[in-house]
Ligand binder design. Structure first.
Ligand code: 5GP
Ligand code: ZN
Length: 114
């Protein structure tokens, strides 16, 4: 846990969040500023800065992707399609420096992303 990290504090229960699912290693909660009818963030409980740090931890990578897929199913997105995305670094749009996968759905998605 990193004391000054927003998502570490959410994972620790110090900052409230609308949690939709959780397990030993991860927490999934609704984004405070949703960009789609369903917008959930999946984060590891351990502090990892971004997906760039997953190179050495394929177990964590797999666990988080599995969690994202479980969330998509329980949120009813499986039939209509959904998007899992993670931004790496400020230039790619990462604003919270604790790894998170966005699970977005409930509307038609455009490509390429901005
Ligand atoms: P990023 O921009 O780093 O890819 O995604 C960070 C996401 O975290 C944004 O979509 C933003 O709306 C969300 N977010 C920022 N602060 C909070 C918060 O305090 N609570 C929740 N639930 N989401 C947050
Ligand atoms: Zn953190």
């Amino acid at each position: 846990m990193t004391a000054d990290c927003l998502f570490c504090r959410i994972a620790a229960g110090e900052i409230p969040a609308d949690i939709v699912a959780e397990d030993e290693g991860w927490v999934a909660f609704r984004d405070i500023q949703p960009q789609a009818p369903v917008h959930v963030l999946v984060i590891p409980r351990v502090h990892v800065e971004s997906a760039a740090d997953l190179e050495t931890d394929s177990d964590l990578a797999g666990e988080l992707l599995r969690a994202a897929s479980v969330v998509a199913r329980t949120e009813g997105l499986e039939q209509d399609g959904f998007r899992i995305v993670t931004n790496v670094g400020e230039r790619a749009g990462q604003s919270v420096m604790h790894l998170h996968f966005h699970v977005l759905g409930g509307r038609r998605m455009r490509w390429p992303p901005g």
